[in-house]
Design a protein around this ligand. Structure first.
Ligand code: ATP
Length: 306
């Protein structure tokens, strides 16, 4: 099996503060891997280590088969990196923006490359529109077009859809899947659970450590979390009674229902027994959601700085 990303034991500190700790990670070629974790957990720093923009303090590995330390310059040429706060020239048109990026890359057949990117991302009919006049969704699309101009093999996308409406996000993800089907590998950071579920695999990081990796199903299963759902007219009252009982680690409100979760099914069910006969509560089994799993994972680790 070939990996687009294959790194081991990466560490990076800023001013003596560790930000990425002993991080090992693999992403198969042609896959979309979602990169999740709380704010400040080290996602951007990891992305920068992978594409050669930062050098790890220790650790090793390859990106697209190239050594992340020795071959940093070659990696940069084969990667499309969409930064969190990317900028476009607002007073240039879509085509002019792409043409500018193509010049920076020194692309030989510039016009053809721009035409292809415009076509590929459905931007051809708007190519004369100024970037500054585009909605958030179209700006993201233009940024993606700029990232694929030089035909990279790997896309590193740092929260590309933050603040974009659901329809534009959906279209953006359709495009990512088309690119992956053509063989591109995508590592995309996101805080949206629905986006995580669209990925072939996910990686979850907290305090610079990778805590979970694999398909969404595998990550949920590996968490060992068990969830019961309680539908009731008074969820707040029930939540107040359940919180803190032995075996109950999380009580989360979902409209008129509660999701009650814990790792020890027997202890949790014992705590729930007195509530089972209450005719005002309808109990059912529920699949723990990714969000529940991430919150449980976060709760299981301590901030090493405190
Ligand atoms: N160049 C730098 N110098 C000093 N500290 C930095 C530097 N870059 C990042 N950090 C710190 O490292 C930590 C991890 O930041 P990073 O941007 O990698 O997290 P993140 O997971 O991408 O967060 P977010 O989801 O908010 O984008 C933060 O506390 C950040 O302030």
């Amino acid at each position: 099996m070939e990996y687009a990303i294959d790194v081991h034991g990466l560490n990076k500190s800023f001013g003596g503060r560790p930000v990425v700790r002993d991080l090992s990670m693999r992403v198969e070629r042609g896959r979309i891997c979602g990169f999740l974790g709380p704010n400040g957990s080290g996602k951007t720093t990891t992305i920068r280590l992978l594409c050669g923009l930062l050098t790890p303090d220790s650790g090793s590995g390859t990106c697209l088969g190239l050594d992340i330390i020795r071959d940093a310059a070659a990696i940069k040429r084969q990667v499309g990196y969409m930064t969190q706060r990317f900028s476009l020239y607002e007073d240039l048109s879509i085509r002019e923006n792409l043409d500018f990026v193509a010049r920076i890359y020194g692309l030989p057949a510039r016009r053809a490359a721009v035409d292809e990117a415009l076509e590929r991302l459905g931007l051809a009919s708007r190519q004369r529109q100024l970037a500054g006049q585009l909605s958030g969704g179209w700006k993201q699309r233009l940024a993606l077009a700029a990232c694929i101009l030089h035909r990279p093999q790997l896309l590193l996308l740092d929260e590309p859809t933050a603040g974009v409406d659901p329809r534009a996000r959906r279209e953006f993800w359709e495009e990512l899947h088309r690119l992956a089907a053509d063989g591109l590998t995508v590592l995309v950071s996101t805080h949206y659970m629905d986006e995580a579920e669209r990925c072939h695999a996910i990686a979850y990081i907290a305090y610079g450590r990778l805590l979970a990796e694999g398909t969404v199903d595998a990550v949920v299963r590996a968490s060992g979390l068990v969830t019961r759902r309680a539908a009731t007219a008074e969820p707040d009252r029930l939540a107040a009674r359940l919180e803190g009982l032995p075996g109950i680690e999380m009580v989360v409100r979902f409209g008129g229902a509660l999701h009650v979760s814990g790792h020890d099914a027997a202890a949790m069910d014992a705590a729930l027994t007195p509530f089972r006969d209450d005719p005002a509560i309808r109990w059912s089994e529920a699949e723990p959601g990714l969000e529940d799993v991430f919150i449980a994972l976060m709760a299981s680790v301590k901030d090493p700085q405190q």
